[in-house]
Design a protein around this ligand. Structure first.
Ligand SMILES: Cc1cc2nc3c(=O)[nH]c(=O)nc-3n(C[C@H](O)[C@H](O)[C@H](O)COP(=O)(O)O)c2cc1C
Ligand code: SF4
Length: 488
C-alpha cells in the first residue's frame, strides 16, 4: 500500500466508555426513519466488506451465513452485504444476484441475519457492476497473445533503432523484437494503453467507445440494476445500496476522468446521467416504499479525478432524485494502484486513493481516525443546504464511541459506518450499548484484513484469527491455521 512521507504511527484514540444510560441517551443508539418508511433502530452501520466466502459460482455458502450471522448477533442498525454482482457472469467467489437461481441462497442469508439480530438489524445488499480486469501477463505472453502490431509501431521502432528494415518487418518478427526490447524502448514504441496492458494487465474503461458492450452500458445497466433490486426485494432484503463508489463502473461514470462524448460523460450533468437513470429504473421497479440508497465517493483522490465539489453536486442531485440514504466513502481507484506481480490483477486499494479509502494507523500527521469525515460533512451540508434531509452515512477510521457520537452531534453525518472495527470485534456495538467498552477488541488499523482481500483470500482479522483454533465447531480456513469467524 501507498505510504506517506514522513510516516507517523498513530496510537488509538483514548477509549471512551459510555455507561449503559449514556449509551441509551446517545445519538448513536437512537433510531432513524428513512423516507421509504423503514426505521433503523440505531445509527450504527456496518458498511459493505467483501470477505471472499461465496462459492466459485457466486452463491451463498455456509461460510457466508456464518460471517454475517456473527455481525448480526450484536444487532447493529444496519448491515450492508458485500458488493454483489448484478450480471450473470463468472466472477470467482464474489456474491452474485444476476439470476433467479441466486435468490434462494440470499433469502437464507436474510433469514439468518433476522434470526441472529432478533429482527432488529436492517439488511441491505450492495449492488455492483464492474468491468473486466485482466491479470498482468508475462511479457512474452503479452506480445504473443494480446499485442496487435501496426504501422506506427514499425515506424517508431525503425526510427528508434535507426534501421528502416523494421518498416517491413512481419508481425511475428515485430512481436519477437518487442518481447526482447528494453523498457525504455517500449516506452517509445507502444501506446500508453498498450504499456498499461503489458505492465498492469488490460483493464476496460467506460470510455472505451470502440467496444459495443461498453458503448451500450447506458442501455444495459438500468435494467440489470433494476432486475437485481427486484431479486433483492424478493429475497427479503430491507433495501439495496447502489454501488457508485470506488473503482467500479458507476463510479467511473461519475468520475471527472469520464470523457465520454455521447451525453454520458464530460460535464457534471453528463457524468451523473447514467447514475440517475439507473436509480430511476430501480425506483420504478421496486416502488417508493422500498429502500434504495447509494454509495459514492466524497473525493476520488486521483489526479484529474472528482473532488469534494463534484461530490457535493452529485450528493444533492442523488438526494433530490430520491435515494433513501447516501453512504460516503473515499478513493479506492485503479488509476493510482501499484503495479501487480505477473499473474496477478491490479488492486484498487494500493495507491494513495486506497490509503484514503481504508486509512491505516501508519499514516501522515493527520492520522486515520475519521480523516475524511470533514469532506463527507461538506457533502451532507450541501444536501441540507438544498433543503433535503437524506441521511448520510460516514465512514473511514471510526472505531470509538466518542468519535462516532461527536460526528453525529456536530451534524457531520447521520449514520456511523465502521467496517474494520466491526470486523475486529463484531460485538463492539453491543458492548458499547451495555457499558462494556473496556471489553472491545479494538481495531489497530493494520490493514492485515485488506492484505487478504488483495490476495483474494478469506478475510479475517489478525487480532482473532489464530485464537482458540481448537474450539468445538470453529470454522477454520488455510488448512486449519486460521479461524474464519471471530470468537465470542
Ligand atoms: C476487507 C474489506 C472489504 C471491503 N469491501 C467493500 C465492498 O465490498 N464495498 C464497499 O463499498 N466497500 C468495501 N470496503 C470498504 C469499507 O466499506 C469501508 O468504507 C472502509 O473500510 C473504511 O471504513 P473503516 O475505516 O471503518 O474500515 C471494504 C473494506 C475492507 C477492509
Ligand atoms: S486486521 Fe483487524 S485490526 Fe487489522 S485493520 Fe483489519 S480489522 Fe483492524
Amino acid at each position: 500500500m501507498y505510504s506517506p512521507r514522513p510516516r507517523v504511527r498513530h496510537p488509538l484514540p483514548v477509549l471512551s466508555e459510555p455507561t449503559p444510560e449514556e449509551a441509551k441517551r446517545s445519538r448513536l443508539f437512537s433510531p432513524l426513519r428513512l423516507r421509504s418508511g423503514l426505521e433503523l433502530c440505531e445509527r450504527s452501520w456496518i458498511p459493505a466488506m467483501v470477505p471472499w466466502r461465496a462459492s466459485p459460482e457466486g452463491e451463498v455458502t455456509q461460510e457466508v451465513l456464518a460471517w454475517y450471522e456473527r455481525f448480526a448477533l450484536a444487532q447493529p442498525g444496519a448491515i450492508v452485504i458485500e458488493a454483489t454482482g448484478i450480471r450473470d457472469v463468472p466472477s470467482g467467489p464474489l456474491l452474485r444476484i444476476g439470476d433467479e437461481r441466486f435468490v434462494s441462497g440470499l433469502a437464507e442469508l436474510v433469514a439468518v441475519v433476522r434470526r441472529a439480530s432478533e429482527g432488529r438489524t436492517r439488511l441491505f445488499v450492495q449492488l455492483i457492476d464492474f468491468l473486466r480486469v485482466r491479470r498482468r501477463p508475462a511479457r512474452d505472453k503479452y506480445f504473443e497473445r494480446f499485442f496487435e502490431p501496426n504501422e506506427r509501431h514499425r515506424a517508431r521502432l525503425a526510427e528508434l533503432r535507426g534501421d528502416e528494415r523494421w518498416l517491413g518487418a512481419g508481425d511475428a518478427e515485430l512481436r519477437a523484437a518487442l518481447a526482447e526490447a528494453t523498457e525504455a524502448e517500449l516506452d517509445q514504441v507502444l501506446e500508453p494503453r498498450e504499456l498499461e496492458s503489458l505492465r498492469f494487465g488490460d483493464r476496460e474503461r467506460v470510455t472505451d467507445g470502440f467496444d459495443p458492450g461498453i458503448r451500450d452500458l447506458p442501455k444495459t445497466l438500468p435494467s440489470l440494476f433494476a432486475d437485481a433490486a427486484e431479486r433483492a426485494r424478493r429475497a427479503g432484503f430491507d433495501g439495496v445500496e447502489l454501488h457508485y463508489a470506488h473503482a467500479y463502473t458507476m463510479a467511473s461514470f461519475l468520475s471527472a476522468t469520464n470523457t465520454r462524448t455521447d451525453g454520458y460523460g464530460t460535464t457534471l450533468e453528463g457524468r451523473l446521467r447514467l447514475p440517475l437513470e439507473v436509480l430511476a429504473e430501480v425506483r420504478a421497479r421496486v416502488g417508493a416504499a422500498y429502500t434504495v440508497g447509494a454509495r459514492m465517493l466524497c473525493d476520488e483522490i486521483i489526479e484529474g479525478g472528482s473532488g469534494v465539489d463534484d461530490a457535493r453536486h452529485f450528493g444533492v442531485e442523488l438526494a433530490r432524485a430520491g435515494v433513501d440514504f447516501l453512504s460516503l466513502s473515499t478513493g479506492g481507484k485503479f488509476d493510482d494502484a501499484k503495479q501487480p506481480k505477473v499473474g496477478e490483477a491490479v488492486y484498487p486499494y494500493t495507491g494513495r486513493s486506497g490509503f484514503e479509502c481504508m486509512p491505516p494507523a501508519l499514516s501522515d500527521e493527520r492520522g486515520p481516525y475519521a480523516r475524511n469525515v470533514p469532506k463527507q460533512a461538506q457533502v451532507r451540508a450541501a444536501i441540507r443546504g438544498a433543503g433535503l434531509d437524506t441521511p448520510v452515512v460516514v465512514a473511514g477510521g471510526i472505531g470509538d464511541f466518542a468519535l462516532a457520537e461527536g460526528i453525529l452531534e456536530r451534524g457531520e453525518g447521520d449514520l456511523v459506518g465502521a467496517a474494520r472495527q466491526s470486523l475486529a470485534d463484531p460485538d463492539w456495538w453491543r458492548k458499547l450499548r451495555e457499558g462494556r467498552a473496556h471489553e472491545v477488541r479494538r481495531c489497530v488499523y493494520s490493514n492485515y484484513c485488506e492484505g487478504l482481500d488483495q490476495k483474494h483470500r478469506a478475510v479475517t482479522c489478525q487480532l482473532w484469527d489464530r485464537e482458540r483454533l481448537d474450539e468445538p465447531g470453529a470454522q477454520l480456513g488455510d488448512g486449519g491455521r486460521r479461524r474464519l469467524v471471530a470468537p465470542r
